[in-house]
Design a protein around this ligand. Structure first.
Ligand code: NAD
Length: 478
């Protein structure tokens, strides 16, 4: 774990430096990861370039690539328990969540493996003595900068379409969650992935993340993380004349109308904020409730919230710890500020007896009514904190729902068919759910944001577009 994975081999950082890997449920160091350097990034980019331009990877047919990705998917499933344990220790996730993440990672390779040989171009009618073909080609070398919240899922989500399209890749995992990414890269080799197709360089984002986006040997950057760093990556990519996708944060609203099915809405809304301890870009972190049912609905939601338990991964409750002590302090500050400002605390979950007191735990909290302009209603907490806001009618609901800088996911709960259509059209988000909510939802469904939530679409077949270029070939004939 204290080495990079470059060109199919474990390689120490060129500086020889490492940094601790911390278990969030104990607060203690349990291993080390390599602190990468700009030189390490250069070595990884050269390995990927070689794999793509001259190596075995670049010579595989699309069908061979697809078969390999699907073989990798099966190996991931074979190692499910091992991978889930690695992820749970590194990120504090409850074991059930960690196991689901393994399934999702495998599913990405299964899905895009199946798509690899079904991506093709077109012909265009042109002059009578010309034949025109438009072919789709891999970009070359793609860089992937990952966050810490769903490392294995992000690995699958950004890497699988890129590899399916034929690119060679370099990953920069988050400092706080590199363990599963390193293991997955090595597993890919075991599945037969040619050297240099997947390279992982660990370490500090500010030191090596930008170096990856700025490297002249990189043709595309996929970034998932915070809006602030995303903006920096986009500027760096622009200087490098390359394109990027930005999958950033969210403040996703759930609109509950007076005709909503409470039995369906309450558990789903609860799950959408406590899932992964609220550390989900598409967490439903605002619940907008029609005034006529506000009291009754909040009582139901509050009761459910109060039953949420937080514990270590093996306890396998609803919530685990927060990823780092710094992030725990950030989440706790949102809670403390809301209390200091006199925002009513409707309900709080509890931290289970027997957890390590040095773990990074916070109590899931439901506040309301929260003023629309309050930071709790505007800023991404990235923790299990839900802000409730009452609204009058549809127009008011849309004004509040669309009134943040973000636009990632939104949901409306109503039995009225016309209203379902109106909400689908007017909510500003990359995904809209009606009477359901999937934080990111299925792998088949295009996902991405607008505004401060980023741009570009991942998941679904559309993700393959970003990882390939069109080339127009014009042949004049007699
Ligand atoms: P972050 O922006 O701090 O870090 C993301 C990655 O960028 C990490 O690998 C980090 O090392 C790297 N990085 C940090 N500073 C850098 C710099 N100056 N230059 C280059 N790279 C740098 O985000 P995070 O705290 O890891 O993740 C939380 C954020 O990610 C939240 O805002 C969340 O909403 C967002 N997120 C979005 C999605 C999505 O799909 N939209 C998914 C997961 C997380």
């Amino acid at each position: 774990m204290d080495k990079h994975f470059i060109n199919g081999k474990w390689v120490a950082s060129s500086s020889g430096e490492t940094t601790p890997a911390i278990d969030p449920s104990t607060g203690k160091e349990y291993g080390r990861i390599a602190l990468g350097t700009v030189d390490d990034i250069d070595t990884a980019v050269r390995a990927a370039r070689h794999a793509f331009d001259e190596g075995q990877w670049g010579r595989l047919t699309a069908a061979e690539r697809g078969r390999l990705l699907q073989k990798f998917a099966l190996l991931i499933l074979d190692k499910k328990e091992e991978l889930a344990l690695i992820e749970a220790r590194d990120t504090g996730k409850p074991m059930t969540v960690a196991r689901n993440d393994v399934d999702a990672a495998a599913r990405y390779f299964e899905y895009y493996g199946g798509a690899a040989d079904k991506v093709y171009g077109d012909t265009i009618p042109y002059l009578t003595n010309h034949f025109v073909a438009v072919v789709r080609e891999a970009k070359g070398v793609t860089g992937h900068i990952l966050p810490w919240n769903y490392p294995m899922q992000m690995f699958g989500r950004t890497l699988a379409p890129s590899l399916a399209a034929g690119n060679a890749t370099i990953l920069k995992p988050a400092e706080a969650a590199s363990a599963s990414i390193l293991r997955l890269a090595a597993l890919a080799s075991e599945a037969g992935m040619p050297d240099g197709a997947i390279n992982v360089v660990t370490g500090s984002g500010s030191k090596i993340g930008t170096a990856l986006a700025a490297h002249p040997g990189v043709d595309f950057i996929s970034f998932t993380g915070s809006p602030e760093v995303g903006q920096l990556i986009q500027k760096t990519a622009a200087d490098n004349y390359i394109n990027c996708t930005l999958e950033l944060g969210g403040k996703s609203p759930q609109l509950v109308f007076s005709d909503a099915d409470f039995d369906l809405a309450v558990p789903t809304i609860l799950r959408a904020i406590v899932q992964n301890s609220g550390q989900t870009c598409s967490a439903g972190s605002r619940v907008l409730v029609q005034k006529s049912i506000y009291g009754e609905f909040m009582e139901r939601l509050g009761d459910a919230f109060a039953k949420v338990r937080v514990g270590s991964p093996e306890m396998d409750f609803d919530c685990g710890p927060i990823i780092t002590d710094k992030q725990r302090a950030t989440v706790q500050k949102f809670i403390d500020n809301a209390l200091a400002e006199g925002i009513p605390l409707i309900a709080q979950g509890s931290i289970a007896d027997g957890v390590d007191i040095d773990g990074f735990f916070v109590r899931p909290s439901l506040f309301g009514p929260v003023p629309h302009t309050n930071s709790l209603a505007q800023e991404e907490v990235f923790g299990p904190v839900l802000a409730a806001l009452p609204f009058e009618d549809e127009a008011d609901a849309i004004r509040i729902a669309n009134g943040t800088d973000f636009g990632l996911v939104a949901a409306a709960w109503t039995k009225d068919g016309g209203r379902q259509m109106r909400m689908s059209k007017r909510l500003r988000a990359g995904q809209v759910f009606i009477n359901c909510y999937g934080a990111g939802a299925g792998i088949e469904l295009p996902f991405g944001g607008t505004g401060k939530s980023g741009h570009g679409r991942e998941k679904g077949l559309v993700a393959l577009d970003d990882y390939s270029n069109l080339k127009t070939i014009v042949i004049q004939h007699a």
